[in-house]
Design a protein around this ligand. Sequence first.
Ligand SMILES: Cc1ncc(COP(=O)(O)O)c(C=O)c1O
Length: 383
Amino acid sequence: MSWSDSLSRRLAERRGTSLWRNRQAHQGSDGRLLFTSDGQYLNFSSNDYLGLSQHPQIIAAWQQGAEQYGVGSGGSGHVTGYTTAHHVLEQQLAEWLGYSHALLFISGYAANQGVIAALMEKEDRIIADRLSHASLMEAAMHSPSQLRRFLHNDLDSLKHHLAKTCVGKTLVVTEGIFSMDGDCAPLEAIAQQTRSSKSWLMVDDAHGIGIHGHEGRGSCWSQNVKPEILIVTFGKAFGLSGAAVLCDEQTAEYLLQYSRHLIYSTSMPPAQAVALSEAVRQIRAGESLRQSLQNNIRYFRREAQHLSFALMDSETAIQPLIIGNNERCLALSHQLRQRKVWVKAILPPTVPPDSARLRITLTASHTRQDIDVLLGALHGSDC
Ligand SMILES: Cc1ncc(COP(=O)(O)O)c(C=O)c1O
């Protein structure tokens, strides 16, 4: 079969189904608004939870970083791509989060791939929460180790898997806050089980860092847990992009020697590292932003009780409404858009079958009136 025939067959299988994905270029967005050629929308699909993507001091820091270092790093960290800006940011992150070492990656996806690929060997096993993010699952599936999935947030299921013998090392993997459900992992109990079986714990706190815990130190800090591997990403509350792995000295050295994502990939621009350092400062001092976000979450949940949609058990910025049927979910998202409210429909396989949802995200930048508009649009929908 020719390349073209093979690709057309696969495209034809998907075209016309609700799984067909579309991108739409827009002219800018922040934690509150999204600007398109059709006008301005209230944005309830952004992970810019604290609205920092538009913060003037972070923008100024990026500009100043670009003046000082130029716009790119020029190589991987092992060649020319590790500057004092990267070094300062790593030290700042390690100190803030209580680890001896932090290593920067260009994205959360790359960090999860880079860490799991480097750490896991053939005789090892990964025991992951079954709702873990695609970047974790894909890394685990591609690694030579065994992959076992425990039922979502289910301690008995985790215990059952841990009780089985494994000749190699075991890595338990979970998220601090689940990206599609918005619920929190019972990290303290997971850490206890993991420790008593002499395994390691890896927590991806993409959605908790900056939001939870003292000075925004995240889900692990707020549950008094220090996993051996903590992943924090900068595309959500930080308002930028990139990620870091927090770990001890030996693990950091190991990753520097063995993680191909660190060795064979251009590091993030130093100007971005300068901006991220400023974002860390803003997050640590950002109690009032966190408070505004919490107030918005509380307000939305209280007022949404009156809707005909069931709320999920989430106290976080992620407030999904499960619709179930793909077509109905898409139609609802479309209706909201006609009312100038932007909420993306999230469909399987990103979420389990029959659980298509409107993934509503709240941010510190939304006002009560914005939330009222969202609630009114949901109330007025006829799906
Ligand atoms: C839990 C989780 N981990 C990792 C990632 C990937 O992070 P990044 O967007 O920085 O690649 C995401 C992105 O949505 C996520 O939700």
